[in-house]
Design a protein around this ligand. Structure first.
Ligand code: AMP
Ligand code: TRP
Length: 332
């Protein structure tokens, strides 16, 4: 076995904002699990990002444990570093320094900010605006090589590279430049109710048929898929419209089949067959995760110990980077 130090570093994170959905699983978590032995991994629960929009405190605590349990239940091994962002203060400290080197114009261009702030721009928090700086801090603190995420996060990783480069130019080699790791399959799962929109937690809150949640039971999964939007054609035809394409994409990602095989399997089939088969595949993938999730959540104390232990082990790595940066800019 390779030692941890010879492996390249992977860092990724998800917000504990509740309602983890199939997009999070297929676009992110499942890829972390599959590649975990190849890399030296750090998986974060980014609670500081979550409070950029209003949260209920009790729900945030609960969602933090839920997300940790889903990571483990999905197959992240116990020896991997899995921790809560706010447990390591260096994230917030480096974020502040980075914010002082990121022009406002870069942040203004971020599509996630534009989408999330919407028409409420003036009322949205300064934290939501500065969000990519905190994400850059997460990544840069650990000399990360690869960041496995869904397509929607590419722009944030580019900003991370830009600020790292800018500071490296000014101060010498401070940061490793990270690369996005975005898989071809499952990087952008669309809403079941509206395949023009990316499956997302916020849209799911307004429309129960929008997303399949990782913890949804079999009946609910079948029901949601049965109602998923399809095309005006009488049966599956290729090229299909966006709704049917999204169902085929979910299916091929979850079953690891390639497009030609999936097209052949469903061409000429009625939508009910497509939806039923996709439901079977989703249920088969999620049921064991749900069982393990329940076992893990039955012992929250053990889960907390795990999270605190990881934060303790990671703190010296984060502080080494932070001190290097503080020294470079004249804060030490
Ligand atoms: P978030 O829910 O925004 O915290 O996202 C957590 C992770 O899931 C990130 O890596 C996202 O890129 C990924 N993700 C979120 N929504 C989708 C989606 N609809 N399709 C694929 N990946 C997604
Ligand atoms: N912004 C990411 C999202 O919403 C979550 C995130 C925060 C993240 N910090 C990160 C992802 C660092 C990868 C690396 O999905």
């Amino acid at each position: 076995m390779q030692s941890a130090t010879t492996k390249l570093r992977v860092f990724s994170g998800i917000q504990p904002s509740g309602g983890l959905h199939l997009g999070n699983y297929l676009g992110a978590i499942r890829n972390w699990v599959r590649n975990q032995d190849k890399y030296d991994n750090i998986f974060c629960i980014v609670d500081l990002h979550t409070i950029t929009v209003p949260q209920d405190p009790a729900a945030l605590r609960e969602n933090t444990l839920d997300l940790a349990a889903v990571y483990l239940a999905s197959g992240i091994k116990r020896e991997q570093a899995m921790f809560v962002q706010s447990h390591i203060p260096a994230h917030a400290e480096l974020a502040w320094i980075l914010e002082c080197f990121i022009p406002m114009g870069w942040l203004e261009r971020m599509t996630q900010f534009k989408e999330k702030s919407g028409r409420e721009r003036e009322r949205s928090s300064a934290g939501l605006f500065a969000y990519p700086a905190l994400m850059a801090a997460d990544i840069l603190l650990y000399d990360t090589n690869y960041v496995p995420v869904g397509e929607d996060q590419r722009q944030h990783i580019e900003l991370t590279r830009d600020v790292a480069q800018r500071m490296n130019q000014r101060f010498g080699q401070l940061f490793v430049l990270p690369e996005p790791m975005i898989q071809a399959a499952g990087a952008r799962i669309m809403g079941l109710d509206d395949p023009q929109k990316k499956m997302s937690k916020s849209l799911a809150a307004d429309s129960p048929g929008h997303a399949i949640f990782i913890l949804d039971g079999p009946d609910l999964i079948r029901k949601k898929l049965a109602r998923a939007q399809t095309d005006a054609q009488p049966e599956v035809r290729i090229p299909a419209g966006p709704g049917v394409t999204n169902l085929l994409e979910i299916y091929r990602t979850i079953t690891d089949k390639d497009w030609p095989a999936v097209e052949q399997e469903f061409t000429g089939k009625p939508y009910s067959v497509l939806k039923g088969t996709v439901a079977d595949a989703v249920i088969e993938a999620l049921t064991p995760i749900q069982q393990r999730y329940r076992e893990i959540r039955a012992d929250d104390a053990a889960l907390m110990r795990h999270l605190h232990g990881a934060a303790e082990r990671l703190t010296p790595i984060a502080e080494t980077t932070l001190h290097r940066v503080q020294q470079a800019v004249g804060l030490r």
